[in-house]
Design a protein around this ligand. Structure first.
Ligand code: FES
Ligand code: FES
Length: 158
């Protein structure tokens, strides 16, 4: 089947998609967007997190056909013409990236939280990122990154 999705603001089409194919497979293997990572393919790790419309989802759990006609934003779509998104910058600035495999998914999840609630408490940050696993960092620097990005966003709104 043919699937047409708005990806990072562009209308993209994939042909010969089989009915059980995941959105993650289409993004990575058919549309050349390897940012969302394939780690577990079971909805357990969050490394494949993308926005579907305005909601973060595990792209490995979304059938490509379910995304037909909808809007997807991947980690590649967060940076603007001026450079990295502030959430991406915060991950770099705080050293929250080690192997980097979890990073794209964490950045999408953190991006959603920072925009929805820049005043989130540590408990709320942990809750928002609970679906994203990292085997390297021990999470403290990731929390630092989210706190930094949230503080910047809160400052913009003040
Ligand atoms: S690859 Fe999708 S949740 Fe792990
Ligand atoms: S930085 Fe390696 S899994 Fe998170």
């Amino acid at each position: 089947m043919r699937v047409t999705i708005e990806v990072n603001g562009e209308r993209r089409t994939a042909d010969d998609v089989w009915p059980g194919e995941s959105l993650l497979y289409v993004l990575r293997e058919r549309l050349g967007l390897p940012g969302a990572k394939n780690a577990c393919e079971q909805g357990e790790c969050g490394s494949c997190t993308v926005y579907l419309d305005d909601t973060p989802v595990c792209a490995c759990l979304v059938a490509a056909g379910q995304a037909e006609g909808r809007s997807v934003r991947t980690v590649e779509g967060l940076a603007g013409g001026d450079g990295l998104d502030p959430v991406q910058e915060a991950f770099v600035a705080t050293g929250a990236v080690q192997c980097g495999f979890c990073t794209p998914g964490l950045i999408v999840a953190a991006h959603e939280l920072v925009h929805r609630d820049p005043g989130a408490t540590d408990a709320e940050i942990r809750e928002a990122l609970a679906g994203n696993l990292c085997r390297c960092t021990g999470y403290e620097k990731i929390l630092d990154a989210v706190r930094l990005a949230a503080a910047k966003k809160a400052g913009e709104r003040a």
